[in-house]
Design a protein around this ligand. Structure first.
Ligand code: GLU
Length: 305
């Protein structure tokens, strides 16, 4: 199965690479505007550990919102089901940085993957960890088997300097008493969390625990099977901003995108796959990344549907 699957990936990559890129770089975080838009990579990891990649699969990029899956994992592990009193699990139907629904839902974000929800998750981690910056990084180092992973100060500082909307979100949520720490501290941690960098190979390996019932490939338990199921469900319904329905329709896998142009997706019990192409479609998802994944799941017939 592997070699024919890898052939499909290679062909889909070449086909998509040749397409005109109709996307645009995210420029609201100045550092992201400096990335070479022609970067394009894909990497898949099977649960037996074999893996395969093409293109710029070994070049690091800013994973941005993809890290929100890892912060949710740690917060869910710590707080259990109580976490859903602070954040809901519904698609928002609005932009990732929207303030709109917070007014209607009295400061309870619609889900943990839009900015408001991820900011609440950061607040939870700050309350329950001794040193959220360090402890979260240690957690990601463990999950990813990347002991040298660090935050990118350059990216975090660049986002902080222009972080007006996220600041507004955090203050607004605090006005409803759903942020317990100082907004400035919560945001510093949020910007650090979003600044993590990985390449497609590392990203696909990191997410294998969610395809593997909560366990890393070496067997180490990260979270329970039940919690992994729920995180995957939220990725399917809320992982792609206001385009989660479209992603399920075209690709048919749970996953998460980030404004750095990365996408990670997974097929439970089978494989994970990460792609990177920096230019984004109008909904903030990688234009070529989404097209490439659609090609791969259509030709391999390996999707959850
Ligand atoms: N750090 C980004 C922001 O807050 C993350 C957005 C994303 O990747 O969706 O705007």
């Amino acid at each position: 199965m592997h070699s024919s699957y890898y052939n499909i990936i290679e062909n889909a990559y070449r086909l998509t690479k040749a397409l005109e890129d109709k996307g645009k770089l995210a420029t609201y975080i100045p550092e992201l505007a400096n990335v070479d838009p022609s970067n394009f990579g894909i990497h898949t990891t099977n649960l037996d550990g074999t893996n395969f990649g093409v293109g710029d699969n070994l070049k690091k990029f800013s994973i941005q919102s993809i890290a929100k899956v890892l912060s949710l994992t740690l917060a869910y592990k710590i707080l259990g089901e109580e976490i859903w009193e602070r954040v809901d699990v519904e698609p928002s139907g609005t932009k990732f940085d929207s303030l709109l629904l917070l007014e209607s839902y009295e400061g309870i974000p619609r889900n943990p993957f839009i900015n408001s929800g991820a900011i609440v998750i950061c607040d939870i981690l700050m309350t329950h960890l001794n040193n959220a910056h360090k402890d979260f990084l240690d957690f990601v180092r463990d999950v990813s088997d990347l002991p040298d992973l660090t935050y990118s100060d350059k990216i975090a500082d660049s986002e902080k300097a222009k972080g007006y909307r996220n600041t507004a979100l955090c203050n607004f949520i605090k006005s409803f008493d759903n942020i317990n720490n100082e907004p400035e501290d919560v945001l510093d941690f949020y910007f650090d969390m979003c600044s993590l960098e990985m390449n497609c190979q590392q990203l696909s390996k990191t997410f294998t625990f969610l395809a593997n019932g909560g366990r890393k490939l070496d067997g180490k338990k990260i979270i329970s099977k039940g919690k992994a199921k729920r995180i995957n469900a939220i990725m399917l319904t809320c992982g792609f901003y206001d385009e989660s329905g479209e992603f399920a329709f075209r690709v048919g896998l749970p996953g998460k995108s980030g404004v750095g142009g990365g996408i990670v997706a997974l097929y439970p019990q089978q494989y994970t796959i990460a792609v990177w192409s920096p230019k984004l479609n109008p909904n903030g998802n990688s234009f070529k990344g989404m097209t490439l994944l659609e090609e791969v799941t259509t030709h391999s017939e390996l999707s959850i549907f």
